[in-house]
Design a protein around this ligand. Structure first.
Ligand SMILES: NC(=O)c1ccc[n+]([C@@H]2O[C@H](COP(=O)([O-])OP(=O)(O)OC[C@H]3O[C@@H](n4cnc5c(N)ncnc54)[C@H](O)[C@@H]3O)[C@@H](O)[C@H]2O)c1
Length: 324
């Protein structure tokens, strides 16, 4: 029997997940819900999904679902998660969990009360190179880290609107925060400076900062800095993390991880498709009840959200924020 999957959202990342799920013979996307019937129907036709809906409640009433993928922009969370929790239906949700911390906190509490199975799209955790960096960091005392997400501004309208996307640090650099937490433990202090330099002069309605830098203090005492910008032209960018340890330097980027020591350099290229691996982990958990392969669930992702939202609060107030 194939698992019956529902999908919410019909945008760029819905296509990515639909493609991966279509490759599998143990699941079927049986229904999709979009912001309009026409969009949902077009998506359903493209991916041979039997049913399409404009109303999420109608989808839940009309279908018997084993799990739902929530693939909507940051400002659109809330109703979906709460209805799924109410009905006890497990879900996969793309990062970030929202644009603030209050709504994710309510969802988190409701999930805890039901012990519901969840998975969050912090896909970099599933990359073998991140696993290698985590392993290497266990072998050598860490001093500090720097990280960056330097790129161009995504062209979807919601992204440039602070109220709808949460801004670059909550929407994109959240991945860097999450990898650092995964590899180096919890963060207890956040201090951020953001500014608008370029993009608000180029496009209408840009309310997100386009440059920023965030200093993080970990519970271990490790200090990190993550900088981001979205001023770059398309095709030019830099995403990665550098760790400075007692033994040398670890350099991670989306393609490889490199260990640089005084007399030796070791390079490991990425072998694993993390999107495929995160889907495999979630579906394995649905089939068996074994959640051990899920590397980011709602509870864990909430802690990353706390850090990125604290950075926004710090940038607004000009003060460091302590997390407790
Ligand atoms: N993990 C990753 O690497 C990664 C990469 C890209 C996107 N994402 C995340 O996936 C999410 C979706 O991004 P995308 O690139 O597909 O965006 P998109 O703008 O291409 O698509 C979003 C879709 O959601 C629909 N939508 C908006 N509000 C909705 C609502 N309330 N209910 C139902 N549908 C709604 C839109 O009509 C659109 O079809 C974002 O949170 C984004 O951060 C994650």
């Amino acid at each position: 029997m194939k698992l019956r999957i529902g999908m919410i959202g019909s945008g760029g990342f819905s296509k990515m997940h639909a493609k991966l799920l279509a490759e599998r013979d143990d699941v079927q996307i049986v229904a999709v819900c979009g912001t309009s019937k026409a969009k949902a129907e077009a998506f359903a036709m493209a991916w041979e999904i039997p049913s399409s809906y404009e109303s999420f409640s109608e989808m839940l009433d009309g279908e018997s679902l084993d799990a739902v993928y929530i693939l909507v922009p940051p400002m659109s969370h809330g109703e979906y998660e709460m209805k799924l929790i109410e009905r006890g239906i497990p879900f996969f949700v793309e990062k970030p969990l929202g644009v603030d911390i209050e709504l994710p906190q309510q969802i988190r509490t409701a999930i805890q009360q039901k012990s519901l199975l969840t998975s969050v799209g912090y896909h970099f955790r599933y990359t073998d190179t991140v696993g290698t960096m985590k392993q290497w960091l266990c072998e050598q005392p860490l001093g500090m880290m720097t990280g960056q997400w330097m790129g161009s501004m995504p062209q979807v309208a919601w992204w440039r609107d602070q109220a709808r996307s949460g801004g670059q640090f909550i929407e994109q650099s959240t991945h860097i925060v999450d990898i650092m937490r995964y590899c180096a433990g919890e963060i207890d202090e956040v201090y951020a400076m953001y500014s608008q330099q370029v993009m608000h002069k180029q496009f209408e309605g840009v309310t997100v900062p386009d440059v920023g830098t965030v200093t993080l203090k970990f519970k271990s005492g490790v200090i990190a800095n993550i900088s981001n910008t979205c001023v770059l032209p398309n095709g030019v960018g830099k995403v990665g993390i550098t760790c400075y340890t007692q033994d040398g330097i670890l350099e991670w980027d989306t393609e490889r991880v490199t260990r640089i020591e005084a007399h030796q350099t070791t390079v490991r290229n990425k072998q694993v498709d993390p999107y495929r691996a995160e889907n495999e982990a979630f579906i394995h958990a649905l089939k068996t009840g074994d959640t051990g392969r899920i590397l980011s669930d709602y509870e864990d992702a909430f802690k990353t959200q706390q850090v990125t939202v604290a950075a926004w609060e710090s940038a607004k107030s000009g003060l460091p924020i302590r997390l407790s």
